[in-house]
Design a protein around this ligand. Structure first.
Ligand code: BG6
Ligand code: MG
Length: 227
């Protein structure tokens, strides 16, 4: 038994861009007189650009000072800083274990999907040299609801022509785990302290095909109808 597809989040699972997001947000937050730290930034993982800005303004008690046009200007400035920092990414920036897992999934005939809410996902995949490795990438630009809503994972399943019950989703953010669970897929969390992940691994080093296959078989046995 094996899953039909494995659907990956990008930031924090395929490569580690959280710090680059943080530095860019910290810069524009400081310009607005708001201080954020890495702990606050953890809560922005998996959250879309505009929703992240909303949280930062709320954190600083400055929501009333920024109308829609001002918010768009701040978000555009943050993105310009972030995109500039993305030039640091190379194929070496792919997290350990991921290239071997992608190769093994392909060899096993398991489809590979991407469910990232980042509008920069295509550019990041190109910088990592992974643009041809995914059978389908859900389009963040078409999303109406951000994680923890399951919309993006369901869009990835539809694009891969698979049902959620036949898939595994991999995430490093709490909002992402909740989105996977709500979609009806099995969830694998990467990192510490994620709640409700069906399988929690400390890092991508542990994210091997044999680990996923073992997990899949165990779950199918546990949920098989009893006779
Ligand atoms: C997610 C990140 O993958 O993408 C978030 O975890 C980020 O921190 C979101 O805000 C949107 O990214 P972008 O590149 O569209 O600003
Ligand atoms: Mg992530």
């Amino acid at each position: 038994m094996k899953p039909q597809a494995v659907i990956f989040d990008l930031d924090g699972v395929i490569t580690d861009t959280a710090h680059l997001h943080f530095v860019a947000w910290r810069t524009v937050a400081a310009e607005a007189g708001i201080v954020i730290d890495e702990h606050f930034n953890d809560g922005l993982k998996g959250i879309s650009r505009m929703a992240s800005l909303e949280r930062i303004l709320r954190h600083g008690g400055k929501e009333a000072e920024f109308d829609q046009a001002a918010r768009e200007a701040v978000a555009a400035r943050k993105n310009a800083i972030y995109v500039d920092a993305l030039s640091q990414l190379t194929p070496e920036s792919v997290l350990p274990g991921i290239p071997a897992l992608l190769a093994e999934l392909k060899a096993q005939g398991v489809k590979i999907g991407l469910a990232s809410v980042s509008l920069n996902a295509p550019a990041i995949l190109r910088a990592l040299g992974l643009q041809t490795h995914f059978d389908f990438c859900a389009d963040a630009g078409k999303l109406r609801r951000s994680k923890p809503d399951p919309e993006i994972f369901l869009a990835a399943c539809a694009g891969l022509n698979v049902t959620p019950a036949q898939c595994i989703g991999v995430e490093d953010a709490q909002a992402g785990i909740e989105a996977i669970n709500a979609s009806g897929m099995l969830s694998v969390g990467i990192g510490k302290g994620l709640r409700q992940a069906d399988l929690l691994l400390e890092s991508t080093v542990e994210l091997t095909w044999s680990r996923l296959q073992h997990f899949w078989n165990q779950q199918q046995r546990e949920h098989a109808p009893s006779h």
